[in-house]
Design a protein around this ligand. Structure first.
Ligand SMILES: Cc1ncc(COP(=O)(O)O)c(C=O)c1O
Length: 390
């Protein structure tokens, strides 16, 4: 008999009843060191007092109002995102997938607005993940995600990851947009070279193509910069944000330059819940904490420490691990075999990690993880790897 919850996930037999910072506490009392953070979501840990205060204070005032009215909490968060990024304007969504949908719509609408409605082709990349809507699966194009779901939305072409020549050959003055993650998450924690990202920006400028960056997983301080593209010193035209921005409350956003957003006039897009006051009150608090040079300097310091320890782990278990990957606190351990066994061995040691493609084990801890917790995480990972060695 089918479970009452649609069985689209292979769930581990663990349920959590509360969390404290980097720790998630299961119903049987076991304390797990949470390096998954809800897949890069809980940027400030579980039950963060600042975020609890922001949420409960807002909950006591007003939960929901329609986008038919002004929403001051939404305007405050939009102001913060504009102040701290390339963007001139922001639309709020409930998830990364919805941000992907709007990014695609915005890019195509831009060309329609320019009087060139046939300019619809969006270049994307193998290993990409942009969500599970029909548009987002068409964009990523992987067999696993699209099989059986009928005709796909046309107008996407997937290029090999990291192959700049393929990109140079594919992009033209008929390309609508390029959509790419500066650091592939689900694809296996694969950062794009800064030089490649700069060349991509130049190719887009030369052809008039819009650059859409998917920072759903790598954004909001995760890589040690507020947004990952800042390392390359470039700016996109459109950026998707989600996960970390809500600190655990469902929230996403599309941030865009005024020019890229030119087609999105009244009536062209909407959402009942997008930009809900509860979500935006939490999002604004997240931004006030994370978009801060001292906070980001600490993320980088801790990332260097974590990385160094992980290099040691790779050296101690050469039959399990191949290499450390990633940027900031978006870290991956490239394994010799599927990381699924390691994730499972981690449960037995009280540590939560997440598998990704390309045989990579993902670690995306809360950005305020302490040095002691990093040391404890590596000890637990070491024991998990030892159990596999044995
Ligand atoms: C890079 C990227 N884009 C988009 C998404 C989709 O976001 P959501 O699951 O919030 O719809 C994800 C989710 O993992 C992601 O990692």
């Amino acid at each position: 008999m089918i479970s009452h919850v649609l069985p689209t996930y292979n769930r581990a037999p663990i349920a959590f009843e509360r969390g404290e910072g980097v720790w998630a506490i299961a119903t049987d009392g076991t304390r797990y060191l949470d390096l998954g953070a809800g897949i890069a979501v809980n940027v400030l840990g579980h039950a963060n007092p600042d975020l609890v205060a922001a949420l409960t204070e807002q909950a006591g005032r007003i939960w929901h109002v329609s986008n038919l009215y002004q929403i001051p909490e939404q305007e405050k968060l939009a102001d913060l995102l504009v102040e701290h990024s390339f963007a001139d304007t922001v639309f709020f969504t409930n998830s990364g997938t919805e941000a992907a949908e709007l990014a695609i719509k915005m890019a195509r609408k831009y060309w329609d607005h320019q009087g060139d409605p046939e300019r619809i082709e969006i270049l994307t990349f193998e290993g990409a993940f942009h969500g599970r809507s029909t548009g987002a699966i068409a964009a990523a194009g992987s067999e696993k995600m699209v099989k059986g779901f009928g005709p796909l939305m046309p107008g996407f072409r997937q290029l090999p990851w990291g192959d700049m020549q393929a990109l140079r050959d594919a992009i033209s003055d008929r390309t609508c947009a390029v959509m790419i993650e500066p650091v592939q998450g689900e694809g296996g924690i694969r950062p794009m070279d800064d030089a490649d990202l700069r060349e991509l920006r130049t190719l887009c400028d030369q052809t008039g193509t819009l650059l859409i960056l998917d920072e759903v997983q790598c954004g909001v301080g995760r890589t040690g910069r507020l947004f990952a593209h800042e390392y390359a010193g470039i700016a996109p035209d459109i950026m998707m944000v989600a996960k970390g921005i809500g600190g655990g409350f469902p929230l996403g956003a599309v941030a865009a330059s005024e020019g890229a957003a030119a087609g999105m006039v009244a009536g062209t897009h909407g959402s009942t819940y997008g930009g809900n006051p509860l979500a935006c009150a939490v999002g604004a608090r997240v931004m006030q904490i994370v978009a801060n040079d001292d906070f980001l300097a600490e993320v980088n310091r801790k990332a260097a420490l974590f990385r160094q320890r992980l290099e040691g782990l790779v050296a101690s278990h050469p039959t399990v691990f191949q290499a450390v990957r990633g940027q900031g606190l978006m870290l991956g351990l490239k394994c010799h075999a599927s990381p699924a066994d390691l994730v499972k061995a981690g449960y037995a040691q009280g540590i939560l990690t997440v598998p990704a493609a390309d045989n990579t084990l993902r670690m995306l801890p809360p950005l305020n993880i302490s040095d002691e917790e990093i040391a404890e995480a590596v000890t637990r990972l070491d024991r998990a790897a030892e159990s596999l060695d044995a």
